[in-house]
Ligand binder design. Structure first.
Ligand code: ATP
Ligand code: ZN
Ligand code: ZN
Length: 858
């Protein structure tokens, strides 16, 4: 080892078919101690220099077989990836049919992708936590020595390195590795312990950010008094002051936010400053978005009997340090979060780390609060609304082991912890866990794979588990990763699930009620206003206007072959099936009942808000939808407003259905329960059931009992009926029957293959060619081509048909749906045929993309 040359096998950052393999580079002697699997380097590639990730380090052939080029540059001291993540990337590339480089790139924050110069300095955090030990430059050697020993740095090498950096304040990363070529391990250890830190150059775009901000210059009481005595002439200034008071917890606010929210000018705010009420200043935008925010510390709750048994089962596995997976099916309000918190506590005690995945972090401020409240600074939050720099900082805390818990959406599954003990996936059924761009991975699979690598435990939690997970858990198939089912059928606080009433909207119409509110829901809202209780209203916006429905009988046009609803195409004014290509003209009257009330369906939240204002003058509504939540922290602010009882109604789309826990919500209304039922998606019933169950679960969670009104045009649909009875098991039984009959997951797996080309005839020919070639190869291998056959190894291919979005950027799109089951390598065959086609000369401009286990079929 010591004598011979070493070679790094690397994956270069050139996302192309023929570069999707490792390339060999000599490791220069000076870099030897630094390079390990997961290191990022710059290498000469053809005439260019490109970035690359080291996959493995091996001894060079002696004598060398050919002249090998050497690595040019080491890009980080602490490798951004690690051996296990590199291996995970390889697994992903096979599992999701993508290039390895794509899989590796998705694991690291964007901030690292550019080629910014980075520096090493003494950690600011280190200084903050040990202020008395702050190391001052130019102090005597003796003092330094004392300080360093105090910190456990009695090692002379560490001392030498730290003083070197101290003197220069910050040292470019390249220089440090050249200066101390032998001391790689020591420097890495200092970085890991948080004594040293890596930072980007100040002048780059990730440096400190400042903004003009507005703060109160006087106390809140004083400001309230001032507000009351404000001159009526300065109405605008008064509004600004009131605005600041209302948001006193969030101060300082950005000046821009104040100006746009109230449409006032900077001069108005300036006038307030002159009067001494407010302060205008340049403040540094916090890179830790939660810094300075107070989270109420919480203690572990004594567990209920139900929670206790689930808890014990999980920690027994955790303590073995061997991989395990659990599907925690607990009704809404059963106290799943407390299970997460206490199992994490156990995990931290073992000196291991935990990842918490949530569907969309900005929608779940309450969740973040609960984790911060229990674990404080040990939590890193990977928030999609953070700036690149902020995200980079959070990621670094994880990489350097300075936090124990990472909470975030999908990509947090890659949090680079070294001793991973636990991965929790809350609301495991949510589709946002699947990435829709390449690499099209599902965080659930990746979580289970990572757990396998680390001997960690995965908890998939939901009140409405996905059929895939539930089926895997119930059948305990020979799949070694199948999760074990744990159930919590009652609420933690002992209260019952709310009563759900289904309102048949066809009857409302018959009775002459043309409003979007049924009479019962209308009365319900009125009652809540009287009793000063709160209401949550959900508008199911999915499937807006894409299907045609009869308002008299609820009839929806469906495909005779595929059992999914037909999609309305405006251009051709017809209805089409996205799976098989069947089409028919748009009906003028309802084929079922003859009514003329047949049309596209959809209502916007804004219209509901207007209607509420008309029906209940003075009603205070918080509206939460894409329009009102674009701003950073908007969700949090809106929810806080609602929680503080500054509003009577919380109205919104899907985002109001999840994870909210408000004591005074006693009424939940669903305005259109069925709109998602009519999407051309075999999961439509499942998604409807999930949404109804989740939103119903927001009512009556504490002392006050809850009531739910679900408005529907298809009240007899099993997803609506079972959701209204909180009966997951019956829903699943019925839904599985349909899936089995129609050959959909979990009874088979799917691969969606999308083709695109500029010329339609060429595209069609190539897509048909693909389908025929794949079918032929599958036959050769002895796989059956028909799902109806009761054999185990089957590959069936549907289509090609035009994609639902049939042209994007002047490229036509066609797709095939592959259905397969059994112990066959369908994914690699599908990929292989695609590669061959993409390579053949005539097809040069053909793009083929595979989506393995697709979630979005539209
Ligand atoms: N052991 C316990 N003792 C007392 N209160 C508890 C206990 N466990 C949970 N709770 C309380 O019960 C309520 C519901 O718990 P939680 O929000 O964790 O449920 P959940 O299963 O995550 O629900 P959902 O799926 O609806 O989000 C919360 O207010 C929580 O504080
Ligand atoms: Zn009809
Ligand atoms: Zn069809």
């Amino acid at each position: 080892m010591e004598t011979g040359n070493l070679v790094a096998k690397v994956i270069v950052d050139v996302p192309a078919k023929d570069t999707d393999r490792t390339f060999d580079y000599l490791i220069p002697d000076s870099m030897r101690p630094w390079i390990e699997p997961g290191s990022r380097v710059a290498v000469p590639f053809g005439k260019r220099t490109v970035q690359a990730f080291v996959i493995s380090v091996v001894p060079a052939d002696d004598p060398p077989k050919y002249r090998m080029r050497a690595i040019q540059e080491l890009l980080d001291l602490v490798p951004p990836l690690s051996g296990d993540l590199v291996e995970l990337g390889k697994w992903m590339s096979e599992r999701y049919a993508c290039n390895q480089i794509m899989a590796l790139q998705v694991m690291i924050p964007t901030a690292l992708k550019g080629k910014a110069e980075r520096y090493i300095s003494i950690a600011e955090q280190h200084e903050l936590t040990h202020p008395q030990r702050t190391i001052q430059p130019n102090q005597g050697d003796e003092l330094e020595w004392a300080l360093l020993t105090d910190d456990g740095m009695s090692d002379p090498t560490e001392r030498r390195i730290v003083s070197f950096i101290q003197e220069k304040e910050q040292v470019p990363l390249q220089q440090l590795s050249r200066r101390f070529p032998e001391e790689a391990e020591v420097i890495k250890s200092l970085l890991r312990r948080g004594v040293l830190q890596e930072s980007q150059v100040i002048k780059d775009k990730l440096g400190k950010k400042t903004m003009k901000s507005v703060d109160l210059a006087i106390g809140i009481d004083e400001a309230s008094t001032a507000l009351e005595q404000f001159s009526t002439k300065a109405q605008r200034q008064r509004e600004v002051l009131a605005f600041l008071l209302e948001r006193s917890e969030f101060l300082p606010l950005s000046l821009k936010e104040v100006m746009t929210s109230l449409s006032v000018s900077a001069a108005t705010v300036k006038a307030l400053e002159d009067k001494g009420y407010v302060l205008l200043e340049d403040v540094e935008v916090f890179r830790d978005p939660y810094r300075g925010r107070h989270f109420k510390p919480t203690e572990p709750l004594p567990l209920t009997v139900e929670q206790q048994s689930v808890y014990e089962r999980i920690i027994r596995q955790l303590d073995t340090r061997e991989q395990g997976a659990y599907l925690l099916h607990g009704v809404t309000g059963s106290g799943k979060t407390e299970i997460y918190l206490q199992t994490i506590q156990r995990c931290i005690k073992q000196n291991r780390q935990a990842i918490v995945l949530v569907p969309e972090i900005s929608l779940t401020p309450q969740m973040v609060e609960r984790f911060k409240g229990r674990f404080g600074d040990q939590v890193a939050v990977m928030h999609s609304r953070l700036s690149g720099g902020e995200r980079y900082d959070e990621w670094r805390k994880i990489r350097e082991g300075r936090v124990k818990v990472a909470i975030g959406a999908r990509s947090a599954v890659f949090a680079p912890f070294r001793e991973l003990g636990l991965i929790i996936m809350d609301e495991e059924h949510e589709t946002s866990y699947k990435q829709e761009e390449t690499p099209k991975y599902h965080a659930r699979d990746v979580a289970i794979r990572r757990a396998h690598q680390h001997g960690a435990v995965v908890i998939l939690g939901s009140a409405t588990p996905s059929l895939e997970s539930y089926y895997a858990a119930r059948s305990q198939s020979n799949d070694e990763f199948a999760p074990l089912l744990l159930e919590m059928p009652t609420r933690a606080l002992g209260n019952t699930l709310p009563e759900v009433h289904i309102m048949d909207m066809r009857e409302e119409l018959r009775a002459g009620n043309r409003s979007m509110f049924s009479r019962a829901l209308h009365n319900g809202i009125a009652e809540r206003l009287e009793r000063k209780e709160q209401t949550v209203l959900l508008l199911n916006r999915r499937g807006h206007s894409t299907f045609v429905m009869c308002r008299s009988c609820g009839y929806v046009a469906g495909c005779p072959h595929c059992d999914i609803s037909l999609t309305y195409h405006q251009r051709s004014n017809n209805l089409r099936c996205h799976y098989c290509g069947y089409s028919e003209p748009v009906p003028q009257t309802c084929p079922e009942c003859g009514s003329e009330h047949i049309r596209y369906f959809g209502t916007g939240t804004q219209r509901v808000e207007e209607e509420l204002a008309k029906l209940f003058p003075g009603i205070r509504v918080v509206r939460m939808d894409v329009d009102t939540t674009t701003e950073k922290n908007a969700h949090e602010k809106l929810l806080k407003q609602f929680r503080d009882k500054k509003a009577d109604v919380l109205l919104g789309t899907q985002m109001v259905a999840k994870g909210l826990d408000f004591p005074d919500v006693t009424l939940v209304g669903v305005i259109t329960a069925d709109s998602a039922l009519n999407l051309p998606d075999f999961r439509a019933a499942e998604k409807t059931f999930q949404l109804l169950t989740q939103v119903a679960g927001r009512a009556g969670r504490h002392q006050l009992p809850g009531e739910v009104f679900v408005q529907s045009y298809t009240p007899e649909h099993y997803s609506v009926i079972h959701a209204s009875r909180h009966d997951y098991a019956s829903f699943v039984r019925e839904e599985l029957k349909h899936r089995r009959n129609l050959h959909y997951p979990p009874y088979c797996r799917l691969i969606l293959v999308t083709f695109s080309h500029e010329q339609l005839p060429v595209l069609v020919r190539l897509a048909e060619n693909y389908s025929a070639t794949l079918q032929g190869r599958a036959r050769q291998r002895g796989w059956f081509g028909n799902m109806d056959r009761l054999t185990s190894d089957v590959l069936d291919i549907l289509g090609p048909v035009a994609s639902p979005i049939s042209r994007i950027k002047n490229r036509y799109r066609f797709q095939c749906m592959i259905k397969w089951r059994g112990n066959i390598d369908a994914i690699s065959l599908a990929q292989q045929v695609a590669d061959e086609m993409a390579e053949s000369a005539q097809a040069q401009k053909l793009l083929i993309s595979l989506d393995v286990d697709p979630q979005m079929l539209m």
